[in-house]
Design a protein around this ligand. Structure first.
Ligand SMILES: [Zn+2]
Length: 427
């Protein structure tokens, strides 16, 4: 079971009295934030230790009892304490080296929007005109109203059903309207992919796909049934050129050609389905080259830069058809992985065909022929497409090592490939 957190945001329709209270609450929370922030900043300046949540709550008690800040007493105490909790958290984050966006918390100005930090819908407390209830809130979805302690039942624009148990509610103002953000939590059974392995794919011309485990998928053009269809089409097209335009025979042949085109398109679609299913059901994580980036840096890609003479001669159109096939293949992989609880990761394809997987030396000269890779630095030799797949895999692992993917923990390392593996999908 996995705990899922969700956020729902609705526009509130408070009565004028309720809206007035919200203004007061937001003002008091802003006041407490700024007051406690000033306190800590002056301590920082004087090289004194920072005050954390429990000390700040003690100070809040003192302010409430003072004559000057007695207005704080009319505000529900939980949102005020929550504000101090948020501030303490913001200070903690500011000194946390692992936080990418760390910065000292800032003063809140009246009416300023919810600029700045805080992750997760509605719970950030970063808006200047806002306050958060950590508990005590209720929702009456049938009557379209939310209960906010010390403010009462407030009507809201019910646009969708709230799923899960309410963890907290944040009231905030944007422009002239007030909103409520409701954070919920519930447990769900996430389906886990039946496989636990990671695999990378190199998409190419001489082989449709080469996997990092050494297996590969032959291109559709080598399948006999497909070759026959293409031969039939070529023949029909030759015959058509000899027919009198718009004659009965010409019409018949034109219809036949249209049907052949359709059968070829179906065969291509079918092939992409078979190939993507085969890979998807066997691997929890599939790493592919980012085709968008690849298309922009075609010259860096050996097999696209130096395709066989024939491919080059046919060029343009042919290449774009190939690209479309790859794009559709990746999209199929993505949704099939999503169904099965797996993932597809896209990595930068630059130099994947020129980098030595053994010593990481990058050179155009590593690519001796279209299909052969031999490192000029260390002598490592392998099938060029497999080298591409191994490099894509290495990049996938690098991303996983830096990221927070939970899948990594359960993932097995595939054995390093070898070029004598058999095709897994072939004619
Ligand atoms: Zn090398």
């Amino acid at each position: 079971m996995t705990v899922i957190r969700k956020a729902f945001k609705f526009r509130l329709n408070p009565t004028p009295e309720q809206a007035q209270k919200m203004v007061e609450f937001a003002g008091a929370n802003r006041f407490v934030w700024n007051k406690a922030l000033a306190l800590n900043l002056s301590r920082l300046e004087n090289k004194q230790p920072l005050l954390w949540y429990f000390e700040l709550v003690y100070w809040l008690g003192l302010w409430k009892q003072s004559e000057e800040y007695g207005f704080l007493k009319s505000v529900h105490s939980q949102p005020l304490q929550q504000t101090l909790k948020d501030l303490a958290r913001a200070f903690k984050d500011a000194f946390d080296k692992t936080q990418p966006l760390k910065r000292i918390p800032r003063f809140k100005k009246k009416g300023a929007g919810g600029a700045g930090g805080g992750a997760g819908g509605g719970a950030s407390g970063s808006s200047s005109d806002s306050f958060r209830y950590p508990q005590g809130c209720k929702l009456d979805e049938k009557a379209n109203r939310a209960y906010l302690p010390k403010i009462g039942w407030v009507k809201y624009r019910n646009s969708r059903q709230v799923i899960g148990d309410i963890r907290n509610m944040t009231v905030s103002r944007k422009g002239e309207h007030w909103y409520v953000s409701i954070q919920t939590e519930y447990e769900a059974q996430l389906s886990a992919h039946p496989a636990t392995s990671i695999v990378a794919i190199d998409l190419g011309v001489s082989r449709f796909a080469t996997l990092s485990d050494g297996s590969y998928i032959e291109p559709l053009s080598t399948f006999n049934s497909f070759k026959q269809l293409q031969a039939k089409l070529a023949m029909a097209q030759r015959r058509l050129s000899k027919k009198v335009r718009f004659s009965a025979n010409w019409q018949k042949l034109t219809n036949k050609i249209a049907r052949l085109h359709e059968r070829i398109a179906n065969a291509r679609h079918d092939f992409l389905h078979k190939a993507s299913t085969l890979i998807s059901k066997n691997h929890a994580m599939v790493v592919v080259e980012d085709l968008k980036v690849r298309n922009m840096t075609k010259s860096a890609k050996g097999d696209m830069a130096n395709p066989g003479r024939q491919v080059k001669a046919k060029s343009g159109l042919n290449r774009s058809i190939l690209d479309q096939g790859w794009g559709m293949f990746v999209r199929m992989l993505e949704y099939k992985q999503a169904w099965l609880g797996g993932e597809v990761m896209k990595v930068n394809p630059q130099h994947t065909s020129q980098t030595c997987p053994c010593c990481h030396h990058v050179s155009k000269d590593n690519r001796t022929t279209q299909s052969r890779f031999k490192c000029v630095a260390c002598g490592y030799a392998e099938n060029a497409d497999l080298v591409g797949a191994l490099n894509v895999l290495a990049r996938g692992h690098r991303v996983l090592a830096c990221g927070v993917e939970t899948l990594v923990l359960t993932m097995k390392q595939e054995p390093l490939g070898s070029s004598d593996t058999r095709p897994i999908l072939a004619a």
